[in-house]
Design a protein around this ligand. Structure first.
Ligand code: NAD
Length: 492
């Protein structure tokens, strides 16, 4: 009976099930898409899957709405509210798409195969296999940069995946409960309740803001005995935080952090991490360098992106990529340079833009249009050649057939006139705590800088409208309401 109640995806009432495709259609090309992040999912959303045998491969069988990930670390938002299963996304497509939950370990551009492995928990072993492609889109993202700094991988939490947010949430409560345990020394309480964030980009800033909110609005009330010990410190190597924002917004963020009692240490570069301390080198105003040690209970490492091994391996296989350091160099149509049938989108591609969700999303949409047009082009060319050969066989009809051919040729020229990828920057937004946000928004070709509580409402509405599905939107609104009315959940 419930079957009639359709899944509300893309904001539309729909209940579509493409016919399962048992074997690939030999008349169509195989398009393999790696990843289920912003780039790949934006491509899938608009791709006409009837034109290709589409195979999606990703170790993550869901799309994650990353802009709200910092809110999951404190339970303001529950993690499932910002996840959208890839299977529900694929169900919306006209033609069936195959999905393999697996990680790509290498790509062979000569043999045109992707080597993949599935680290199956249920079987406790690793299954490896190869998937051939005619066209390949790489949207595997990036990994966390650690710059080889000792101790980072072993002792800090990153903030990229849903598991990272869950780990941080548990760790915060572990620190709080351990600090509140019987007979702890004052030094140990101070250490446990010192939350250190490394990296003053938007990830570090948003997380620090969320964490201070959690403390002010909930922890302080529920665990009053530790309330004067909890501290958040943000460490940044550059002279200021949020370098991509305007000076005015940087100043606003820094003064808001001061009011919120978040300590900012700029010109401070972390050099070493141990299980209980962070060692950093500070550059004093007179240029002298000094080492300071920060004991910590929780350490969150948010210093940006590094290239994934599978991408490094591919770079090494393509001579034209010899100088690529930050990812796969792509041309203006997002084709990986030195190849003809591999495209790259998002954080693993170097197209001259910042590695943001906005860029990846627009790149995915661009590729969908490109591939839809490529399929149309092939169909039109087929029709033209068919009609051209019939022209000689039926001379009486030649005027009508020629007109038809001309019509197709006009359509073909229009499609073939495809413009290269152009990124249109809509602006940058960041939450900075205590119901305030900063925004650098593009408005009628000009830039508008805004900050404060109204900007926070704008931040909320912008993110709500960007959520993947109506289901996600309702869940996020519900979480915001729930945490405001009942407080955040302190259970571990
Ligand atoms: P980031 O690259 O923007 O910032 C990392 C910061 O870490 C840099 O400022 C760097 O100077 C600092 N750093 C590096 N090594 C350090 C060290 N050893 N000690 C101290 N500081 C060190 O990283 P991010 O915040 O993770 O963002 C990654 C990308 O995603 C960026 O392009 C960003 O714009 C985008 N993003 C945007 C938003 C948003 O718009 N709200 C949110 C998250 C991420």
């Amino acid at each position: 009976a419930i079957a009639g109640i359709g899944y509300i995806g893309y904001g539309v009432y729909e209940d579509r099930h493409p016919e399962p495709q048992v074997v690939p259609d030999p008349s169509k090309k195989t398009l393999v898409i790696l990843g289920t992040g912003w780039g790949s999912v934006s491509l899938l959303k608009r791709l006409d899957t009837e034109n290709y045998n589409v195979v999606v491969i990703s170790p993550r069988n869901y799309f994650l709405f990353t802009p709200l990930l910092p809110s999951c670390t404190t339970g303001t938002i529950e993690h499932r509210s910002i996840m959208e299963p890839i299977r529900t996304i694929l169900r919306q497509k006209k033609a069936s798409v195959r999905f393999y939950e697996a990680e790509a370990s290498s790509i062979d551009p000569d043999r045109k195969v992707v080597r993949i492995f599935d680290n199956s928990e249920i079987r406790g072993d690793i299954t490896e296999t190869e998937v051939p492609y005619d066209m390949l889109v790489i949207g595997v993202g990036a990994e966390n940069a650690t710059f080889g700094i000792p101790g980072v991988r072993d002792h800090s939490c990153f903030l990229k995946e849903i598991g990272d947010a869950q780990r941080i949430r548990k760790r915060i409560m572990d620190c709080v409960e351990t600090a509140a345990f019987k007979d702890q020394s004052p030094e140990e309480i101070n250490r446990l309740l010192h939350m250190v964030v490394v990296g003053g980009g938007p990830t570090g800033v948003e997380f620090a803001g969320e964490l201070q909110d959690f403390f002010e609005e909930d922890i302080k009330k529920l665990v009053p005995e530790i309330s004067d010990r909890f501290r958040v410190t943000l460490i940044e190597a550059l002279p200021n935080v949020l370098p991509m924002f305007s000076k005015q917004l940087i100043d606003y963020t820094e003064s808001t952090f001061k009011e919120e009692k978040i300590d900012i240490h700029t010109k401070t570069m972390v050099k070493k991490v141990t299980d209980k301390t962070v060692e950093a080198e500070v550059t004093r105003p007179d240029g002298k360098k000094e080492t300071i040690v920060f004991p910590y209970g929780l350490l969150v490492w948010a210093t940006g992106n590094a290239v994934r091994p599978v991408i490094k391996d591919l770079i090494a296989r393509i001579p034209a990529q010899a100088n690529s350091r930050r990812g796969l160099a792509v041309n203006e149509y997002l084709v990986v340079q030195g190849t003809r049938d591999i495209w790259a989108v998002g954080d693993c591609a170097v197209a001259g833009y910042a590695p943001t969700a906005q860029v990846a999303g627009q790149e995915g949409t661009f590729l969908a249009r490109l591939f839809n047009n490529m399929a149309k082009t092939e169909a039109l060319e087929g029709k033209i050649s068919e009609l051209s050969s019939s022209l000689n066989l039926q001379p009486g009809n030649s005027a009508a057939v020629s007109r038809e051919i001309e019509g197709y040729e006009r359509q073909l020229r229009r499609i073939k006139d495809a413009k290269p990828f152009h990124y249109s920057h809509q602006g940058s937004l960041a939450y900075i705590g205590s119901d305030k946000a900063v925004a650098d928004v593009t408005w009628f070709n000009g830039n508008v800088a805004a900050a404060g509580s109204l900007t926070y409402l704008f931040w909320r509405s912008a993110y709500i409208s960007m959520c993947f599905s109506t289901r996600n939107r309702l869940l996020v609104i519900n979480d915001w309401f729930k945490s405001k009315v009942f407080g955040r959940d302190l259970s571990r």
